[in-house]
Design a binder for this molecule. Structure first.
Ligand SMILES: Nc1ncnc2c1ncn2[C@@H]1O[C@H](COP(=O)(O)OP(=O)(O)O)[C@@H](O)[C@H]1O
Ligand SMILES: [Mg+2]
Length: 324
């Protein structure tokens, strides 16, 4: 009787161990898997439910390892392609920058000689010859402006624009700007309104600020009605920023085209745009310059409701003057 009991105990102990060991092995394999060791191998013994489970786990392990290898392979391929693309992009930028510079170089002597001819420095010209020279010069000027815009857009893309900030008075800045833009409205039915109430001191890049204003004003002038155009420029006050604006009573920018307006080479396709010419780079440059100077640019416009472009520049002072 006692020996039978011992036999039963020994037998059930062996059976329990036979089940428990593969479970413990499986548990260890799960733990190793969790810890990142995906190829832990368990020896499968017998044909019971635990060994079936172990088999399924190993199939999953193999599947996982293969998938990981495929993923690693494609990841490496993608990184290689991305690096190649980056190199090609740099080469493309350098090439187009070089071409644009090469296009610009001959324009300097062309414009120089035009100037000399116009001033009769190389002998007196007939009115017909003078007219030809003026046509050559105005076309060269147009080309120069276009190339200048392409170069600026490239520099902004490559982060190569250097801003030269100084302190200057907004009032004198605006009166000089007005003198420069006056010829654009002369002989046209355009009223130019300048709002410059107080003499603010601005610390920014004066030349770039002039370029931003010029681009916005040029657009405003070209899009106002021929009979009674109104272009207004000035600033609004804000706590942290200087806010400048250029407003016109022109055709406006249709709502469905507004999201494209700051995209490179984009122009709203209208008869007025075709007459205005341009390259679709002006606003891209304005946005790049304003953001480079730490500000923002935005606009309000609607079909036949005119347009108002705003841009802000931070009210910062040169480091030495900054209030501690
Ligand atoms: N004040 C404005 N009124 C109406 N449309 C405008 C105005 N400013 C810009 N636009 C539209 O946005 C387009 C892009 O302007 P811009 O980037 O300056 O390029 P460009 O002047 O060379 O055409 C213009 O062609 C025009 O369609
Ligand atoms: Mg423009």
């Amino acid at each position: 009787m006692a020996s039978t009991l011992i036999l039963i105990i020994v037998f059930s102990h062996l059976v329990a161990k036979g089940i428990q060991n593969p479970i413990l092995e499986l548990k260890k394999a799960f733990k190793e898997f969790n810890g990142g060791k995906y190829d832990y191998i368990i020896k499968i013994k017998g044909h019971d439910e635990v060994s079936d489970l172990t088999q399924s786990f190993q199939t999953f392990q193999e599947y996982f390892i293969t998938n990981n290898k495929i993923k690693d392979f494609y990841q490496k391929e993608l990184e290689l392609k991305l690096n190649e693309l980056k190199k090609t992009d740099i080469l493309k930028d350098e090439f187009s920058s070089m071409i644009t510079h090469e296009l610009k170089t001959p324009l300097t002597p062309i414009r120089g000689y035009c100037e000399m001819l116009k001033e009769n420095s190389l002998g007196t010209l007939t009115s017909e010859q003078l007219e030809c020279i003026e046509t050559i010069d105005s076309n060269a000027l147009h080309l120069e402006k276009l190339i200048g815009d392409i170069l600026d857009a490239q520099k902004l893309d490559m982060g190569h624009i250097v801003f030269n900030k100084t302190e200057f008075h907004f009032d004198s800045f605006i009166s000089e700007l007005t003198k420069n833009i006056q010829p654009l409205v002369d002989g046209k039915n355009i009223q130019l309104i300048i709002t410059s109430s107080s003499d603010r001191v601005i610390f920014s890049d004066e030349q770039r600020l002039r370029q931003i204003f010029y681009n916005l004003i040029r657009n405003a002038i070209d899009f106002v009605p021929e009979i009674s155009g109104v272009v207004e420029l000035g600033f609004k006050s804000s706590k942290d920023d200087h806010i400048f604006y250029v407003k016109d009573n022109g055709l406006g920018i249709p709502k469905d085209k507004q999201s494209n307006i700051f995209k490179k080479f984009y122009q709203v396709d209208t008869a007025q745009t075709r007459k205005h010419g341009g390259s679709g780079l002006g606003l891209v440059i304005c946005k790049g310059m304003v953001e480079g100077l730490g500000g923002k640019i935005w606009f309000e416009s609607g079909h036949e409701q005119g347009t108002i472009f705003y841009f802000s520049l931070p009210k910062i002072l040169p480091v030495a003057n900054e209030v501690k």
